[in-house]
Design a protein around this ligand. Structure first.
Ligand code: OGA
Ligand code: MN
Length: 283
């Protein structure tokens, strides 16, 4: 069957069906993925069914892999995204509750990750869709005066804030563990090398530098709500073997609720960031 593609919405997402794993895991397949990511932010490969070696091979064609050994997978570049108590520890499961809140991957790193590849190994028919929101589109749709008002703001990102949304009643030990991850200041408006602009927001966004905590919180909440309106978002319902790749520098994402005992299992790779978030005129 010849592959077919369709744009999911005008602003975000391209879905490709009927592509074989061998076609995708090839120089031409990787180039097409890069082009689709640049144009659509999120690319869904329906039931493409890459095995783990193919996932690594494709990921390496798209960038440098983040190595994040959890001991849960024989490859330290593959993370097992699951809360299934037969497959992961209670600690890892509690961290992964953070995935239920809008975020970008690696937002507390100096350079947030460039992209993420997520493939479904086991799905939950009762839940666990994934949603994406384009903050390129959200920024673009702001009024000129709103754009001007936020142009040079900087935001403090913390792991603790993201975790406190997911686990609102932590023990002192949990809190201390979260606080060990260094906080990071990023511009609110990320001006990319190609001149495009996105908003650097999400669950790690804690306060706005130079604003009272209340005013900063209100602004961050407003911009997150703005960015995650249906017109800027797409929602993916998983089938085993679906691969989704997203541009993590301009797409917020979150998992929709599923039971903590669910068999849901994703394999994930992330690509090292290549672009330091910068303000103003791009270098
Ligand atoms: C992730 C993530 C969402 C999901 O793995 O980074 O946010 O739906 N996953 O599992
Ligand atoms: Mn994520």
């Amino acid at each position: 069957m010849a592959p077919t593609s369709r744009t999911i919405t005008e602003t975000v997402g391209l879905e490709i069906s009927g592509l074989s794993s061998a076609e995708l895991v090839s120089p031409a397949g990787a180039r097409a993925a890069e082009a689709a990511l640049a144009d659509h932010g999120v690319v869904v490969y329906r039931e493409v069914g890459l095995d783990d070696d193919q996932l690594l091979e494709l990921s390496r064609m798209l960038g440098t892999l983040v190595v994040q050994p959890t001991g849960e997978h024989i490859h330290p570049e593959i993370q097992t995204i699951t809360m299934d108590p037969t497959k992961t520890s209670a600690l890892m499961a509690s961290y992964r509750h953070g995935n239920f809140h809008w975020h970008i991957d690696g937002a507390t790193d100096e350079v947030p990750q460039k992209g993420t590849l997520l493939i479904a190994r086991a799905v939950d028919p009762a839940g666990g869709d994934t949603e994406f929101a384009s903050t390129y589109a959200a920024y673009e749709a702001l009024s000129e005066s709103e754009k001007g008002a936020i142009e040079s703001l900087q935001v403090v990102h913390t792991f603790a804030h993201a975790q406190s949304l997911a686990n609102p009643d932590p023990t002192d030990a949990q809190r201390a563990q979260w606080d060990r991850v260094p906080s990071r200041v990023h511009p609110l408006v990320w001006v990319h090398r190609d001149g495009r602009r996105s908003l650097l927001l999400g669950s790690t966004a804690t306060e706005v530098v130079g604003m009272s905590p209340e005013k900063g919180r209100a602004l961050l909440d407003h911009l997150l709500e703005w960015s995650t309106q249906p017109r800027f978002t797409v929602r993916h319902r998983w089938t085993v073997g679906d691969l989704v790749i997203w541009d993590n520098t301009g797409m917020l994402h979150r998992a929709l609720p599923f039971e903590p005992t669910s068999v849901r299992l994703m394999h994930r790779t992330t690509l090292v960031g290549e672009e330091q978030p910068s303000v103003g005129v791009p270098a």
